[in-house]
Design a protein around this ligand. Structure first.
Ligand code: 26W
Length: 853
């Protein structure tokens, strides 16, 4: 911490300083001009109205004439035009929510994987056709302008995308919600491949302007860090504690629209950006040490500089904790100061807000609310705890023990000394309760303590969230069961009613209606358009599975999506997608538990079997395997696996024997925008994680809803997909979770599978031989050795079952009608996996609030 962080400067005089009391709203006297009192109205919903608005934005906002406008100018003007159609709704939503004093959902998430905004805004306002026509009349092409948008990649994977789907659903369901998060200057890295290796590039998503955000510096929040605490006696003679922080930063809110689908509601996503409280130290500057003069600024702004690209193993970095506390402190202050009426009695806070903790990342919000209530609002401890316990609920998104955050008491004590004190007091009272419930069971008390003593003293954030939250939920039935039985058994025993499940879901607006227009049209022609906001209506498609005409059109839609993908990958990655291939797709973060290596062993084995003459290339079902996966930069095994996949692809794709039979494609930089083109084109969805490892998965849902068949283990939400679509329409393979547990318990020896399975051995040996690495036997030695001698995620144990099931896939794919029938039934029976249904579950079981019509 630089020694000269500004805590307070000379106050500028009244006449030269803008008012900072942003809570003074509205004109100082009664407006008389009719327009000043008229409700804000959107531009005319017509082609002419649209063109007029667009040209106005281009000329006045972009400051260019159409004839001199760049594509980026045109895109920014288009974005502003669509925003203007949404603005009236946004303002009206704000007014209605404030007036209704309804309970709001505060979604606290360190990540939001939003995807491109323009297409979704056009869908929500039904402006698509008008915009298309209006732009044509201006000599412009909507698709070209849509392609100009850089997606905000403010998340790593599943957790971040789920947050984006959830806030879309809440807006569409007319539920008051504020999404709170961090406006990273750099989101998830842009992935490039150099000689098949992942190379990360910074994500400069803001470089060409970000038209969808509204900064409100006047509503900034000062966030404190460091320092110490001191006791004092207040006027009433009560002993109190004050925090004397050492440094602070400014949190500047950026508001983003979250438009509901065709319902006139626009909720808000408020992302915080860190700025120095004093941008620039003039004295130091004048003393000539320019670098030092701005050190404070850079230090402060580092807090929201970049997203941590890890999605499983926390690095325990101080900056990460600063990020977590920064956005949580801003959000709580913002809600209490700006969303509640002046003088609102905070004892009633639970009537107005329920904060959902998106994993452990925002859990520091619990001691922060206690600090605000006790230190700032004079509550006594029990009063404050009574309120705090009703304001939070916690969603766990993982089963990997190493993904559960534990913050060292050393770091917490240094950065947030008051919060550590509060956590200790919460823990003391909690352990007293445990000892009361389980007298004499000190081992249990030690096991359940929020403070871990071993290997070093740390705060178990998942335990703190469980103790403080009203509810704890997993994100799929199996996951929630494992949370109760294996991850938090002691807590499930102490608080049986606290544990619940809410199976994940995805928004049908972006991942069906927008991403798959051909299929959407077909569905709407058959059952009407109600399915977009009531996805269970897809059930009405079941009879059409037996309708040859419908199946034909269904195949035509899939073929259209495939040709659209072919064009995209050719232009984007120089990848040629062969025609008429079974499109076998595996897209998700690269992680050993997700077992991309199992998919790779399938490919290598097919290659080896053909070259050893065991099978004829001609007997292979023409298949293209498409991978999409980013690896956390520090995750070596994941990066080596990416390298190996690309090296195998190069050999397979250049092999004349396999020409037209087997192809491997690995487009770089898998993100939401690519997913929207890839998923609708897929035939086969790879969901092959080791049972008991994938909390839920959400890609699996998107594939099923877009008519791909799943090959998968009974893991996460795969179980519920299989139960709903039916065994005949799902390719189940591998061990179940209990079988995995049993094999693990009895001792798993991957080497024995290697030795006893010739086909498996041949495939592994081929990699080991250097065949895919120009003869270099060492390049991928670590990958193969890890599988044969360690194999934590039992790839070798599930190999046979996987390959046998892939053979069933080929068999079924040969029966076009049977395949299509199953694909239609997957769509028809996957309505449950709408994030609207997930929201209904949260509203009913956890948030106890309802839509405001
Ligand atoms: C601190 C590092 C870190 C960062 C992110 C640890 C863990 C995470 C996330 C919880 C990882 C994640 O994205 N989990 C995924 O969440 C999805 C939404 O619930 C699930 O569908 C996936 O199964 C789960 O892996």
């Amino acid at each position: 911490m630089p020694d000269h962080i500004q805590t307070s400067g000379p106050a500028p005089t009244a006449d030269e300083s803008p008012s900072t009391d942003h809570r003074v709203y509205g004109p100082s006297s009664t407006p008389s001009h009719p327009l000043a009192t008229a409700p804000v109205s959107p531009p005319p919903f017509s082609v002419d109205g649209f063109v007029k608005e667009f040209l106005h934005e281009l000329n006045t906002n972009q400051g260019v004439a159409l004839s001199r406008s760049s594509i980026n100018d045109q895109y920014l003007a288009l974005a502003s035009t669509v925003k203007n159609y949404l603005m009236a709704r946004w303002l009206e939503t704000g007014r209605k929510t404030r007036e209704s004093q309804a309970k709001t959902v505060g979604y606290l998430s360190a990540e939001y994987l939003l995807g491109r905004q323009l297409g979704n805004a056009l869908l929500a306002t039904d402006l698509g056709d008008i915009a298309q026509r209006g732009l044509e009349l201006c000599g412009l092409d909507l698709a070209t302008l849509r392609a100009q948008e850089v997606e905000p990649g403010l998340g790593n994977g599943g957790l971040g995308r789920l947050a984006a789907c959830f806030i879309d659903s809440l807006a569409t369901m007319n539920v008051p919600c504020i999404g709170y998060g961090i406006r990273y200057e750099y989101g998830i890295f842009r992935q490039t491949f150099v000689d098949g290796r992942q190379v990360e590039q910074p994500d400069t998503w803001l470089a060409l302007g970000s038209p969808w955000e509204f900064p409100h510096p006047e509503a900034s929040v000062t966030v404190h860090f460091g320092g110490h605490t001191e006791k004092y006696t207040d006027a009433a003679g009560t002993e109190r504690t004050r925090w004397v922080p050492e440094w602070n930063v400014l949190g500047v809110p950026y508001n983003y629209m979250v438009p509901g689908y065709l319902n006139g509601r626009v909720n808000t996503l408020r992302l915080w950006s860190a700025q120095a409280t004093q941008a620039f130290d003039l004295q130091i500057f004048n003393s000539g040490d320019y670098a030092d003069a701005v050190r404070a600024q850079t230090f402060a702004e580092n807090i929201s500089k970049v997203l941590y690209p890890e999605d499983s193993t926390p690095q325990g970095k101080e900056l990460r904790l600063q990020q977590q506390y920064f956005f949580v402190a801003c959000s709580l202050r913002d809600f209490i100061d700006n969303e509640l009426e002046e003088g609102f009695d905070l004892h009633r806070l639970p009537e107005r807000i329920h904060f959902q903790l998106n994993d452990t990342h925002p859990v520091i919000a619990v001691p922060e609310l206690m600090r605000i209530l006790v230190d700032d609002h004079g509550f006594d401890w029990d009063e404050a705890w009574e309120v705090t316990q009703q304001c939070f609920a916690y969603t766990c998104h993982t089963l990997l023990p190493e993904a559960l955050e534990i913050w060292s008491t050393e770091l917490l004590g240094r950065l947030l000394p008051r919060h550590l004190e509060i956590i200790y007091q919460i823990n003391d009272e909690f352990l007293a309760r445990v000892r009361e419930a389980f007298p004499g069971d000190e081992l249990r008390a030690r096991r359940m303590s929020i403070i871990a003593e071993y290997p070093s003293r740390g705060v178990r954030m998942a335990y703190l969230a469980t103790v403080a939250g009203t509810k704890v939920n997993g994100v799929a039935e199996l996951h929630s069961q494992l949370l109760r039985d294996k991850v938090l058994p002691d807590f499930s025993e102490l608080y049986p009613d606290k544990f619940t499940n809410v199976t994940n879901g995805v928004t049908p607006r972006r991942f069906v209606r927008m991403a798959n227009p051909k299929l959407s049209e077909l569905i709407t022609d058959a059952i009407g358009s109600g399915w977009v906001t009531d996805l269970e209506r897809l059930r009405e498609l079941e009879p059409y599975a037996d309708d040859p005409e419908f199946r034909e059109q269904f195949r035509a839609a899939k073929a259209w999506n495939k040709s659209r993908l072919t064009d995209l990958l050719a232009q984007r990655d120089g990848i040629e997608l062969p025609d008429g291939h079974l499109l076998d797709v595996m897209v998700k973060r690269l992680h050993e538990y997700k077992r991309q290596s199992l998919k790779l062993l399938h490919i290598v084995s097919l290659y080896e079997q053909v070259h050893s003459g065991a099978i004829a290339a001609a007997d292979l079902t023409p298949r293209t395997v498409v991978f999409g996966a980013k690896a956390a930069p520090g995750y070596k095994m994941a990066k080596d696996t990416i390298h190996l996949i690309n090296k195998v692809a190069a050999i397979v794709n250049a092999d004349p024997v396999l020409e037209g039979r087997l192809k491997v494609a690995f487009p770089a930089n898998y993100n939401v925008t690519l997913a929207e083109k890839l998923i609708p084109a897929a035939d086969l969805s790879e969901q092959i994680s080791l049972a008991g490892m994938e909390a839920s998965g959400t890609g699996n849902m998107k594939f099923a809803l877009n008519g791909a068949l799943t090959i998968g283990t009974d893991d996460g939400a795969n179980v519920e997909i299989r139960e709903l679509v039916g065994d005949k329409h799902f390719f189940l393979f591998g061990m179940s979770e209990p079988e995995v547990a049993q094999l693990g318990a009895q001792g798993y020896h991957p080497g024995s599978y290697y030795e006893s399975n010739p086909r498996l051995k041949a495939a592994l040996d081929l990699i080991w031989s250097g065949h895919f690495s120009d003869g270099d036997r060492y390049l991928f030695d670590s990958v193969v050795t890890n599988l044969v001698h360690n194999d934590r995620f039992m790839v070798l144990a599930d190999f046979d079952s996987y390959l046998a099931t892939q053979a069933k896939v080929e068999e079924k794919y040969a029966d076009v009608d049977a395949w299509t029938r199953s694909a239609v039934l997957n769509v028809a029976r996957s309505g449950f996996f709408s994030s609207d249904r997930s929201m209904r579950d949260y509203l009913k079981r956890i948030w106890h609030t309802q839509p405001v019509i």
